[in-house]
Design a protein around this ligand. Structure first.
Ligand SMILES: [Fe+2]
Length: 233
């Protein structure tokens, strides 16, 4: 059976991993430790930026395809996006409220626990949302669009990303993949693109992506095979 083009799977795998790491960190954080709290705030902000951009790409590219084959086919997902954005704004505002309190404030710990609980309510909501996309929206896309059309949509999303956004996505996605995930080749393309853009700092970052991917010998073999194929092409 021919492999069907899955537009959601890989970014969602990366987001699941990143959100689970944030949840663990929020549960173990000392909210009285200002430096640790500031660092966590930066990580949360980076994840929330990723989510906002991800949702914007879905709405610009995938949702018109869904609405084009099913009347109102994207309405539920867009309603969930609006709810998700609201929950994210609440989380950011609450965390910034904790940062504004004196490190000696006895309220920091209690407010931190409320943040942790609310973050996990958001994660539960978001995991349900992306499951809806993978279980139902993806199935509808497969029914009404060819692999080439889905590949074009995916390419549109990739080419509309800034270099910073692409790197953030690769660093998020790669450690969440296994050997059966094809975007290993995308990493190579990205590395090549970065090399061409002469961004040495970014190239270093791409190398760290490879390291954090912790590829096994079998996986590295597949990377080499893909790379050879690209070079032949
Ligand atoms: Fe979505």
């Amino acid at each position: 059976m021919a492999e069907q083009f899955a537009v959601y799977t890989h970014p969602h795998k990366g987001q699941r991993r990143r959100l689970s790491m944030l949840s663990t960190k929020a549960g173990t954080l000392d909210y009285a430790d200002t430096a640790a709290l500031d660092e966590f705030h930066d990580e949360l902000s980076a994840m929330m930026t990723n989510l906002r951009l991800h949702v914007a790409h879905e709405e610009a590219t995938i949702h018109p395809m869904l609405a084009g084959c099913i009347p109102g086919g994207a309405e539920r997902l867009e309603e969930e996006h609006r709810t998700g954005k609201h929950l994210v704004e609440n989380l950011s505002a609450h965390l910034e409220g904790i940062q504004a309190k004196s490190p000696e404030s006895t309220k920091r710990g209690a407010l931190g626990l409320e943040f942790y609980l609310a973050l996990n309510r958001f994660i539960a909501f978001y995991l349900d949302h992306i499951n809806e996309e993978e279980e139902h929206a993806q199935a509808a896309l497969w029914r009404y669009y060819t692999n080439d059309e889905l590949g074009d949509a995916w390419a549109t999303i990739q080419t509309s990303q800034s270099p910073e956004e692409s790197i953030d996505n690769f660093e998020m996605i790669l450690p969440a993949l296994n050997i059966d995930d094809s975007p290993l080749c995308l990493l190579l393309l990205a590395t090549r693109r970065l090399r061409c853009s002469r961004r040495s700092a970014r190239l270093q970052s791409a190398s760290s992506v490879l390291r954090c991917g912790q590829l096994s010998n079998r996986e590295l073999g597949r990377v080499s095979a893909i790379q050879s194929g690209l070079e032949v092409a």
